[in-house]
Design a protein around this ligand. Structure first.
Ligand SMILES: Cc1cc2nc3c(=O)[nH]c(=O)nc-3n(C[C@H](O)[C@H](O)[C@H](O)COP(=O)(O)O)c2cc1C
Length: 232
């Protein structure tokens, strides 16, 4: 069956459109703050395992899994890798001023070296924003049961308000691509250090809204991954 090219034009037109779908005034709004955030010095305390696979061997060896070891994971390492992924995003795309920076939240459920709880990470800073008691039972956060057994979960958020003001739906598409690249950057780094994990969409938005101040507009979770030691 042949497709009439003119039928594709309306569809392709929507991809070319750069008009904001909202009021275009994101610059007048700011991200919801975290009043009790305690700054965390990521660089000073994070050291690698010294057993890191290169990219080729990582890709050969990696696979997703829904079974996780019970040992806690060093949260300093996770914070460092998340931050490195976000720095690469900021440097590679150069879009933080136009489209808004990515942010990540680390739900450190079984944590070694730092308190369990929620950490906020950007390319520039990291902070501890909520203790484990605020998270409660991770199974109540609207995630697939197996994911609550991970040592932790990283979720990457974007500012869709800024992206829309910048270039409408195109801004959203770029946020989705950037978040995917940053999340897979982190996920592959975990796998290269022989940690386990699985990429997944994320929490039910309403379940973590109060924890990470995600209003779905200025701060919207786009993609997540578990991390843990492998099940033996
Ligand atoms: C956007 C996205 C969402 C996903 N969501 C889930 C999920 O909710 N539950 C799940 O078991 N796997 C989910 N997966 C699939 C796993 O992360 C994994 O990619 C899949 O099991 C293939 O295994 P592999 O990574 O070893 O190739 C998702 C993958 C992507 C890319």
């Amino acid at each position: 069956m042949r497709t009439d090219p003119s039928m594709m034009e309306p569809l392709l037109g929507t991809f070319a459109d750069r008009a904001p779908s909202g009021d275009g005034l994101a610059a007048d709004r700011s991200l919801l703050p975290f009043a009790d955030a305690v700054p965390v010095d990521v660089e000073a305390r994070a050291t690698g395992s010294g057993r890191t696979l290169d990219l080729h061997d990582t890709l050969q060896a990696r696979r997703s899994t829904l079974q996780y070891g019970k040992a806690p994971v060093r949260t300093d390492l996770i914070l460092r890798w998340v931050r490195e992924a976000l720095v690469r995003d900021a440097d590679d795309w150069g879009l933080d001023d136009a489209c808004g920076p990515l942010e990540a939240f680390v739900f450190a459920l079984r944590s070694e070296g730092r308190p369990a709880g929620i950490y906020r990470v950007t390319a520039r800073e990291a902070s501890f924003i909520a203790p484990a008691s605020a998270v409660g039972d991770p199974r109540s956060l609207g995630i697939q049961m197996e994911f609550a057994d991970g040592a932790g979960i990283v979720t990457v958020c974007a500012n869709l308000d800024a992206a829309d003001s910048w270039t409408g739906a195109h801004g959203f598409r770029l946020c989705a691509v950037r978040a995917s690249m940053a999340l897979y950057d982190f996920h592959l780094r975990c796998q290269s250090d022989r940690l386990a994990g699985t990429v997944f969409g994320g929490f039910i938005g309403a379940a973590v809204r109060h924890l990470i101040q995600s209003d779905g507009v200025t701060r919207h979770p786009l993609l997540s991954a578990t991390y843990a030691h492998p099940a033996s």
